[in-house]
Design a protein around this ligand. Structure first.
Ligand SMILES: *[C@@H]1O[C@H](CO)[C@@H](O)[C@H](O)[C@H]1NC(C)=O
Ligand SMILES: *[C@@H]1O[C@H](CO)[C@@H](O)[C@H](O)[C@H]1NC(C)=O
Length: 184
């Protein structure tokens, strides 16, 4: 019996790896997802990002839900030039938990999927390089700057299952005074 359960779990695991479609969080609720999140984990395997890996900080992001279901995400970033914020506009799709956005940097439409969240503690978010293909980033968001070890572990396992090498799976330290405490 126990072996059968393990076998079923293995099959499910393999199927989800092979499956290119990523399923969003069931019954995704944008209102509950809104608010402050820290990006406490990031898997990003781009050659141009390698020099920045050890400079990365757990930035603060603020998700604002628009009445039509689109999302504004303002991310704070500690840069050599100071603490800067940048806003990203995510458009809803007809699948709750899945959004698209236009990357001005890469001049193409990409998509974002909130894969798993419990709203009050963490969120696992997948970003695709090309619409529906080639995962480029997995982010772990936390309502606090530090998350439980088992959630960090879940993020690392998820990212390595998606083919990210270990050195590209980062859990940066908290950003200091960014945004400045007076405004944050
Ligand atoms: C989202 O951003 C747009 C464009 O800057 C702005 O017009 C809109 O008011 C923002 N919505 C919210 C809910 O912050
Ligand atoms: C979801 O968040 C709450 C904190 O509000 C936590 O107690 C609970 O363990 C979390 N659930 C999971 C599955 O991590």
């Amino acid at each position: 019996m126990r072996n059968a359960v393990v076998a079923v779990a293995m099959v499910m695991l393999c199927t989800s790896v092979a499956h290119t479609d990523v399923r969003p969080q069931r019954d995704f609720n944008l209102q509950r997802f809104a608010g402050r999140w820290y990006r406490v984990g990031l898997a990003y395997d781009s050659a141009s990002f390698v020099p920045y890996r050890d400079k990365l900080k757990a930035s603060l992001g603020v998700v604002t839900a628009q009445a039509n279901g689109n999302v504004n995400l303002t991310m704070w970033d500690a840069t050599p030039a100071g603490c800067r914020s940048k806003t990203y506009y995510y458009e809803k799709t007809n699948i709750p938990g899945q959004f698209t956005y236009f990357s001005t940097r890469h001049n193409m439409v990409k998509d974002i999927t909130v894969v798993d969240t419990n709203y009050s503690e963490y969120a696992l978010v997948l970003k695709h390089k090309i619409f529906h293909r080639e995962y480029t980033q997995v982010a772990l968001y936390g309502r606090t700057q530090r998350l439980r070890a088992d959630i960090i572990q879940k993020f690392k396992a998820f990212a390595s299952m998606r083919g990210f090498p270990r050195e590209a799976i980062l859990t940066p330290p908290p950003a200091e005074n960014c945004p400045p405490s007076s405004s944050g």
